[in-house]
Design a protein around this ligand. Structure first.
Ligand code: GLU
Length: 332
């Protein structure tokens, strides 16, 4: 991708018709590879909570500090799990917290054609296949698909990525360091389009990150083990691999399930400052920096200039420690 972009630009500078060559450069690689483009991609399954704020604020801070672009994408791929009005409420919360995207909000529910075309490429290349196995067929293999059972037929097959033996993926996460996964052994052939016709997150996220020209993905560590699958898909689709930074998970001291935890309480749009300060502490940043800020604009401006990604902790952060004046654990 990088080479394509460079050659298109060179071509432009040599040539007679800049307009045409600019169009070529844009068609091939709409975003210069050096400009930072980050994003926040919530699923509209409910109002934004503290855990989502950490991801939104962390990705916003990293993009702002790099002088880059920050985008929002609503991942409304799974209607049965969505809550009516949640996407709009999430966008209102981002506005109330001063986190304004630099471009139009992308919605995955409008991206069917893009996913279909990626799927067709994978099918045509033999990298994807129709799978007639049922969940109970895979039960003996811990739910991992390695080969279809013979003689199965269903009218609504799923489509899976064929993950050949030895599909070993390695990447360097800015917080967690070197991550390695043998996708064939640990995950197997994974679903791209479900039997009910819905698109799988793994395919959609890869197609959309590329379409939005995302260079840097900053998101929660719950997605760390999805990243090797996404890198595998990027390679098969000829898409660039962004840099990754996975933020600490937010837990509470009692190890409650997220649904019962303080971390899952909806954010209060009328009182953003305490939550922003707690998110800042969760990101391992020096808490006193934001102490004197009494309006969002000042707080965000201070946060942007002092943010230090090197302080982000690797270990999960206790929400009670972040919300109160207790020091938050440093990395490790
Ligand atoms: N939509 C996903 C979520 O809300 C996040 C996807 C991503 O950041 O890659 O958990």
């Amino acid at each position: 991708m990088y080479r394509l972009w460079v050659s298109a630009v060179k071509f432009k500078s040599n040539a007679g018709s800049p307009a045409i060559h600019t169009a070529i450069a844009h068609a091939r690689m709409p975003f210069p590879p050096t400009s930072y483009r980050g994003r926040f991609a919530p699923s509209p399954t409910g109002p934004l909570h503290f855990g989502s704020l950490v991801a939104a604020f962390g990705s916003w801070l990293a993009a702002r500090q790099a002088g880059g672009t920050w985008l929002v994408r609503i991942e409304d791929l799974d209607p049965p799990r969505e809550v009516a009005g949640a996407a709009e409420a999430q966008l209102r919360t981002l506005t109330a917290f001063g986190l304004h995207p630099d471009g139009p909000v992308m919605r995955q529910s409008e991206r069917h054609e893009a996913y279909l075309s990626a799927l067709q490429r994978l099918l045509a290349a033999g990298d994807a296949f129709e799978c007639h196995c049922s969940r109970s067929d895979l039960a003996g293999e811990d739910g991992i698909h390695r080969a279809c059972l013979p003689g199965r037929h269903r009218p609504d097959p799923a489509i899976r990525l064929r993950v050949p033996d030895g599909s070993h993926i390695t990447f360097d996460d800015a917080v967690h360091g070197r991550i390695e996964q043998d996708v064939s052994r640990d995950v197997g052939d994974f679903v791209l389009r479900r039997a009910d016709g819905l698109w799988a997150y793994q395919l959609a996220v890869v197609v959309d990150d590329a379409a939005q020209g995302i260079t840097d993905i900053v998101r929660g560590a719950d997605l760390l083990d999805s990243t090797p699958r996404q890198i595998l898909l990027q390679r098969l689709l000829g898409l660039p691999t962004p840099r990754y930074l996975h933020l600490p998970l937010v837990v509470d001291g009692d190890d409650r399930k997220l649904s019962k935890s303080l971390a899952a309480l909806p954010l209060d749009d009328d009182d953003p400052l305490p939550a922003l300060r707690a998110a800042w502490a969760t990101l391992g940043q020096a808490r006193d920096v934001l102490d004197g800020s009494t309006c969002i604009d000042t707080l965000l401006a201070r946060a942007m200039t002092t943010f230090d990604a090197g302080r982000i902790p690797r270990a999960p952060v206790d929400i009670l420690a972040a919300a109160h004046n207790t020091p938050v654990a440093s990395r490790d």
